[in-house]
Ligand binder design. Structure first.
Ligand code: TYD
Length: 393
């Protein structure tokens, strides 16, 4: 191993201000004890990595009441089916497969006829229990060098490790990569998908930044990070999910695809590997904030009612950074029972169910789940009012 990568504060290039836990939907009686931190963002030019400087402890975010279930989106269920088909080429009949952050088992369910050789790690108890109920073998714990010691038979013997939207949640990349290294067989493959820095910069979708997303990766950063551990990024495939993600394929042998070299060249041209692109992003965030606040003020001055659609973690960043509260948005509708009846983190907008939304029609909708736009607009064809968001719909 050439170098350690640990999460330590680096010189910030911007702050989004005081931020609550993104998924910390809460009851009225808990408003006064709500936890806040300063959401400052830095960039390590060394490894081209954008990161949060401060963040709540993972145990505060991923607990027995974690309110996110992958299967809440039909589109994501389909996506995980196609992801499973993509990785099958890395498996033999008796191969062992691990998923890090397996949530409700949506991805691993696609391998159910192989269930003796698959295992998911999921730290949130309520979500892990749902996966177990769905017959997906799941260990209810964080994935790290300590917890993998309990699955002896997988050490050095795992042909495939997968993850989705979870590597960016793990502060200690050093321990994560060490764990992957301990588990992978000689020809093993590690595949993971994450929101892509390039897409976030292009769309100014700064709401991808919140406590759980400690890092926002690019091909340049992933390549540099893994090389330090003698593991190599050999392929990168852009994905449409979450407004633009990247699927990374890591192996022990440095056999890079031509696609990787092309993307790294493109990233260099866009200066994604340098602080310049971050400073431009900062400026664009400020413009975006002013634009959305002005838009909402105009709608309110016209006497329009506004509701939010989908109480996403991302919405916590927008609402708190732009200081949008109940005076502007009457309520946010959502399908997740763990969020319904509670209030949004920080700005305390009430979360209502879809029945309430149908009975309390509104003039305008702020679509917080803009990444599920096609699925939602298709479902809500009867709504004849005005949809908007801070990213282009
Ligand atoms: P997602 O963008 O995956 O959330 P996050 O920013 O937290 O990663 O969206 C998931 C949330 O959106 C979840 O609270 C459920 C809600 N949702 C709906 O209410 N209706 C829908 O049709 C969809 C697709 C999501």
């Amino acid at each position: 191993m050439k170098c350690k990568i640990t999460h330590k504060p680096i010189k910030p290039f911007m702050s989004f201000g005081k931020m609550p836990i993104a998924n910390g939907f809460l009851e009225k009686q808990d408003f006064s004890k709500e936890y806040f931190y300063n959401m400052e963002v830095g960039f390590s030019e060394d490894i081209s990595l954008l990161q949060l400087n401060d963040h709540p402890k993972p145990e505060v975010m991923f607990n027995e009441n974690y309110p996110f279930f992958t299967s809440s989106s039909k589109h994501m269920i389909e996506h995980f089916k196609s992801y499973a088909n993509f990785v099958r080429k890395y498996l033999n009949t008796n191969s062992k497969l691990i998923e890090i952050g397996s949530n409700d088992g949506t991805f691993l369910k696609n391998f159910s006829n192989n269930s003796n050789n698959i295992i998911g790690f999921e730290p949130s108890k309520n979500v892990a229990e749902l996966a177990q109920k769905n017959k997906v073998p799941t260990i209810n714990s964080f994935f790290n060098t300590k917890t993998i010691a309990n699955i002896n038979e997988y050490l050095g013997n795992t042909d495939l490790i997968c993850a989705s939207n979870v590597i960016c949640h793990i502060p200690d990349l050093n321990d994560l990569i060490k764990s992957v290294d301990m588990l992978l067989s000689l020809d093993g493959t590690f595949v993971f998908e994450e929101p892509y820095l390039g897409s976030m910069f292009d769309q100014v979708s700064y709401d991808q930044i919140y406590d759980e997303h400690i890092y926002v990766f690019s091909v340049s950063s992933v390549s540099k990070i893994f090389e330090r551990f003698n593991l190599y990024l050999v392929d990168a495939i852009p994905q449409k999910t979450h407004g633009g993600s990247m699927r990374y394929v890591v192996k022990r042998k440095n056999d890079k695809s031509s696609q990787i070299k092309k993307i790294i060249e493109e990233e260099k041209i866009k200066k994604l590997d340098q602080i310049e692109s971050c400073l431009m992003f900062k400026n664009n965030c400020e413009i975006s904030k002013k634009r959305i606040v002005d838009k909402i003020n105009i709608l309110k001055n016209q006497g329009k009612s506004i509701c939010g659609y989908a109480a996403t973690s991302k919405s916590t960043t927008i609402l708190n950074y732009c200081q949008i509260g109940c005076d502007q948005i009457d309520y946010i509708c959502d399908t997740t029972s763990e969020k319904i009846g509670k209030f949004s983190p920080g700005m305390h907008i009430p979360i209502k169910d879809m029945d309430y939304f149908r009975k309390n029609q509104t003039d305008c909708i702020y679509l917080f789940a803009w990444n599920h736009k096609l699925e939602i607009l298709n479902k809500e064809k009867n709504f004849k009012g005005y949809w908007f968001s801070h990213v282009e719909l």
